[in-house]
Design a protein around this ligand. Structure first.
Ligand code: COA
Length: 190
């Protein structure tokens, strides 16, 4: 890569890393990454945890040629309920591209890698996440459809059920259509 040029997706290696294989050194790197990527928001949360919601089963990680973390997402597969019907989803969280790597297609690249992995394993029929208004366009560019839905989830602070209306982004993986209706995440958010 030319000095001073913006890193492009071709300058990185994207891989899926199972949670069970992470070392303590990996975890401290994973904690430092979102503190930098989300600053000034959520830095406090990620300084204590390397993931925001229910535990992930794996990460999709993009590393630059220099070896540093360039982009990250975590996911775990769970059966949720949509209007009472069972739906197998990969819930996604802690999505971030390092500020120096933004705008080079890495956000899209980690979602393409996720979709490839989920299609190959047939582990889930949809990738799913919630997001704030400011990044709906990014997820739309990554193949997600947007709905404002009533979502029930477990509140980690109180262990009570929390019902909210929020932006739910769903990317079908080619095997089914996401049903209509209220969503019960059947656990913690991602
Ligand atoms: C949002 C974020 C992950 C995008 O990462 P990125 O690597 O820069 O994204 P990409 O370069 O892969 O962009 C893919 C497409 O999304 C678009 N896009 C990127 N950010 C966008 C935004 N905030 N709003 C609308 N579109 C956006 C790009 O223009 C591109 O579209 P195009 O190829 O059709 O031109 C990154 O800005 C980030 O880490 N932000 C801080 C953390 C955060 O907000 N995470 C999401 C929490 S829900």
């Amino acid at each position: 890569m030319e000095q001073g040029a913006r890193p492009e997706a071709s300058d990185v290696i994207v891989s899926v890393q199972p949670e069970a294989g992470l070392t303590e050194a990996d975890r401290s790197e994973l904690r430092a990454f979102p503190v930098a990527a989300y600053a000034p928001h959520h830095a406090e949360v990620f300084s204590r945890h390397d993931f925001g919601g229910g535990l992930p089963i794996a990460r999709v990680i993009a590393r630059g040629t220099e070896g540093g973390l360039a982009a990250h997402l975590g996911f775990s597969v769970r059966t949720i309920a949509v209007d009472g019907a069972e739906v197998r989803v990969a819930g996604v969280g802690a999505v971030a591209t390092h500020p120096t790597h933004r705008g080079g297609g890495l956000g899209r690249a980690i979602f393409e890698r996720l979709a490839e992995d989920l299609r190959a394993s047939a582990a889930a029929d949809f990738a799913l996440l919630e997001c704030r208004d400011a990044v709906i366009g990014f997820y739309a560019a990554c193949g997600f459809g947007h709905s404002v839905l009533t979502v029930t989830a477990l509140d980690p602070a109180t262990c009570a059920l929390d019902v909210s209306t929020l932006n739910l982004m769903v990317r079908p993986l080619g095997r089914a259509t996401f049903p209509a209706g209220d969503v019960d995440l059947c656990g913690l958010r991602w």
